[in-house]
Design a protein around this ligand. Structure first.
Ligand code: WT7
Length: 637
């Protein structure tokens, strides 16, 4: 089936996807190489939660990402990598070369005993080898679990252990901006915290610096590659065989391993990539996300490669060596489609136009954003100064759990509106429901955003705990997948995401559970309890505000400044820098109801700087606490 090219195509496809979802998705799936055709397109049950797409079908996703293109696109660039350091040379991989590298590394994995269904964790910088290794896992049927390089040793250990990974892939160091992350030593520390899980660590030599080593466990990536050949047949997978686990935060303390499977994920990421961005054969596409997040999985690795696209992969950060870095790369590589996060746009906007005006940006055709709500100011700036008023902006709403873009403009097809993700893609049936789970129909309404029909790339389970998956997504509102987001449907029927309605905060597009941050804070000796809330932050979207109750003995020996610094350091140690609270307020108690529940709404208001209209606080055990917190908040920097 061809791409959606105009509003009429969209209407036709959307209607077909609702009246005949199986026929619609089967037609999409036919474009791929299947070793065995499926028997059933869709089976599902939203009660106990089970879903299968293309059951009975057999395939390997890498055959579709790589081998399939060797006939017509062998010499086309698949990945064009740009290093953190602008003086370092680019690395370019054609489809033929990428195929060869993936086959070789797949053979390395096999030589380490990795078999179908085994878990492999990846803790790597944004280098081509990360994409290669992800694909190599998929080629041998291993389940990859990429852990973002900004997570701490403890966070890495928790994930490695939960997944039961046999092999860990890492690099000695990871350059980012003017810093270098010592990935290997963090990995060493993590593995000490979960002994007996990982058998082999394969280490990529990113820099020549000294690397700590555990003989018998650690091996060098380049040395292993010398031992293998470049032929590697694909492992034949069932459509519903797991492809990867990706950990994400929820409203409870423990991150959950979102599981995606093969066939449906493949069909949906390819379909959404080509339609949303309107990718054309010779376009250069660049998504600035890290492969450690779902955006990188679906729209750096799988979606673009499935469509035979040329994709830019960038190791660095937007502001290094200066705030013109993105735009310099856009001009130099003639990037046509550029996909980034609102937080990056806001950060660059704050640096001033002089960094933008040095560049022509005339290759750009389509701009995208993802990860958090984009405010009007940032949208307008992006549209005017980057897109020169010429490029449609696709504000793509989706989640780790959804696997692919769900609500978004189709570039150049659907009229956009600042701050609106606009309309659902074909196959997606969003509904807004009230607190009782009753559907709110019509226009100009707000509610909890749910999806009422399965789509191919939806979460299949949370690794090792299906009950949790069922409870988190399918129990709040019976018969629906619940997204956790609040949403408005305006007079035009356009959707605007209002942010999370659960205890999840979104800091610079990174998702964090308030309970997760609280658990980390509570591990600092001397902390009795804490409550964490999000508050509006100019650049990050949301900042982290922590209210902490300390032991009186601790307060006697430490200053408030010391305590705050140590609490922040504890969070960095337990989770990573992305979770470091922006503000810490030491309080004498938390506003609790008589039944012991923390009234977070009050804490949110205070964090936002609102000190009136707290609503009914008569159920509080000690209302005077509110006054004292309000007073203390004045002094928090
Ligand atoms: C949460 C999912 C999707 C990949 C990156 C984030 C928020 C995501 C948008 C958007 C408003 C958005 C939602 C969602 N979100 N995209 N375009 N507009 N909010 O994936 O870490 O799983 O987070 O990010 O709140 O639930 P994630």
């Amino acid at each position: 089936m061809s791409r959606i090219k105009n509003l009429e195509d969209y209407a036709v496809d959307y209607r077909k996807s609702v009246t005949d979802p199986e026929g619609f998705w089967a037609a999409q799936a036919e474009r791929f190489v299947w070793r065995k055709h499926w028997d059933e397109v869709l089976e599902y049950d939203f009660e106990d939660y089970n879903v299968s797409w293309f059951k009975g079908g057999q395939l390997n996703i890498t055959e579709n990402c790589l081998d399939r293109h060797l006939l017509h696109r062998a010499e086309k660039t698949a990945i064009h990598w740009v290093a953190n350091d602008p003086r370092e040379e680019d690395r370019i991989f054609t489809y033929r070369e990428l195929h060869e590298q993936v086959c070789k590394f797949a053979n390395v994995l096999k030589s380490k005993g990795v078999r179908k269904g085994d878990r492999v964790c990846l803790y790597m910088p944004m280098i081509p080898e990360l994409a290669i290794a992800v694909l190599a896992c998929a080629r041998v049927g291993a389940i990859h679990s990429v852990i973002f390089g900004g997570f701490s040793a403890q966070a890495l250990a928790d994930r490695v252990k939960d997944a039961g990974a046999k092999v860990l892939l890492t690099a000695n160091f990871g350059p980012r901006g003017n810093k270098v992350i010592p990935l290997k030593s963090i990995a060493d520390e993590a593995l000490e915290k979960c002994p007996g899980v990982v058998e082999t660590v394969i280490v990529y030599e990113r820099t020549k610096d000294h690397t700590s080593w555990t003989a018998g466990r650690d091996v060098w990536w380049h040395e292993e590659l010398e031992q293998v050949d470049a032929n590697c047949k694909v492992e034949i997978m069932e459509s519903e065989d797991p492809l990867f686990i990706l950990y994400t935060s929820g409203s409870t303390g423990k991150p959950k391993g979102v599981l995606h499977t093969t066939g449906g994920y493949m069909v949906y990421t390819a379909y959404t990539f080509k339609n949303v961005f309107q990718y054309e054969e010779n376009d250069v596409y660049w998504c600035t996300a890290d492969i450690g997040w779902i955006t990188g999985h679906s729209y750096i690795v799988y979606g673009p490669l499935l469509e035979g696209a040329t994709s830019v992969m960038f190791e660095g950060i937007p502001t290094y060596p200066d705030a013109g870095r993105f735009w310099r790369i856009v001009d130099r590589l003639k990037v046509n489609i550029f996909y980034t996060a609102p937080t990056a746009i806001r950060a660059l906007m704050a640096q001033g136009l002089e960094y933008v005006e040095l560049y022509r940006l005339e290759s750009l055709k389509v701009l995208g954003t993802v990860g958090e709500p984009i405010n009007r100011e940032a949208w307008e700036w992006y549209h005017l100064h980057i897109g020169k008023g010429r490029c449609p902006i696709v504000d793509t709403w989706w989640q780790t759990e959804t696997g692919g873009i769900m609500i978004s403009p189709i570039a150049g097809v659907l009229p956009t509106k600042p701050t609106y993700a606009t309309l659902p893609l074909p196959g997606i049936q969003p509904v807004l429901v009230d607190q009782e789970g009753k559907e709110i129909k019509g226009k100009g309404v707000e509610g909890n955003l749910c999806i009422k029909f399965p789509w191919p790339s939806m979460i299949r389970t949370t690794w090792g705990d299906h009950e949790r998956c069922k409870n988190t997504y399918f129990s709040t509102f019976k018969g629906y997948y619940f997204t956790g987001d609040g949403c408005r449907r305006d007079e035009d029927g356009y959707y605007r995401i209002l942010g999370r309605v659960d205890d999840v905060i979104n800091v610079s597009g990174h998702r964090l559970g308030t309970a997760e941050v609280e658990n980390a804070i509570n591990m600092y000796t001397g902390v009795i309890e804490s409550a964490v809330v999000g508050y509006p932050h100019d650049i990050k979207g949301q900042g982290i505000y922590a209210y902490v109750v300390c032991d009186s003995s601790k307060l006697e020996v430490s200053t408030i400044t010391e305590l705050k610094a140590e609490i922040m350091a504890t969070v960095v140690e337990k989770i990573g820098k992305i979770a470091r609270p922006d503000k810490v307020q030491i309080v004498r108690g938390l506003p609790k109801t008589r039944s012991g529940k923390i009234m977070r709404r009050i804490l949110r208001k205070i964090a936002e700087g609102q000190v009136e209209n707290f609503g009914d606080i008569s159920t509080l055990l000690d209302p005077s606490i509110v006054e004292s917190i309000k007073e203390g908040a004045q002094k928090v920097e």
